[in-house]
Design a binder for this molecule. Sequence first.
Ligand code: GLP
Length: 267
Amino acid sequence: MRLMIFKTYQELSVAGATYIAERITRFREDRPFVLGLPTGSTPLGIYRELIRRYREGKISFSGVVSFNMDEYLGLPVGHPQSYHTFMWENFFSHIDIRASNVHILNGETRDPEGECRAYEEAIKAAGGIDLFLGGLGEDGHIAFNEPFSSFSSRTRVTILTDNTRAVNARFFDGDIKQVPRAALTVGVGTVMDAREILIAASGRNKARALRDAVEGGISHRCPLSCLQNHPRAMILCDDAATAELEVGTVEYFKSLEQGQTDGESRP
Ligand code: GLP
């Protein structure tokens, strides 16, 4: 696992956007680039930066197929807090991605199991996910895979913990009762199947989860710790998110990245 530490959220966002933009523009295979995408406040800076580069003509998303990580179950697609609305308002409406290439789980479905099965099939049919961008919850959840989710889980219905609903209540007038109790989410196994995973973590409130994922053992207690078993996983974080890491861990990863910049090879 690679851990890149930045002073600020802004630097982290620019680095994330640069990484994604390079992957897309250098992609040479005879099929679209398949990008997994998250919601949440953390990826907003990366989306803003990608939009800026698109407006400057430096990147096109016309050859990109996207799959979002999750969606609230039972929330109408057009609800102001649906992840559909979030993605179109904050990203898709501002770039040249084809609407037919965008995939987001439908929280209004009458057949959640069928919806999840079809989503897995669609990912497979697209050639699998090349790069999955993600965030993390304060409890280490990834997408809506709450602690103790199976590492082999696939796209499915999941029940949200009180903690996640309380954290997300800020988007629902601060009222936890308005936060749906369930969601549709890609599984940990679905994320792990991606050829590359890029996680963005910002702020002191993510420090404990980051510590568990990086320094703790691999455990379903912290779903993000699954990254330790992925051949190409990278976490971008800011200084605030490293607050619970040991000083030695921070120094180690900083020196590794310095080595990268200086052209040395990485273990
Ligand atoms: C929600 C989403 C996750 C996201 C998390 C963190 O729970 N389902 O995919 O990673 O929020 O959000 P934020 O970036 O706002 O802290």
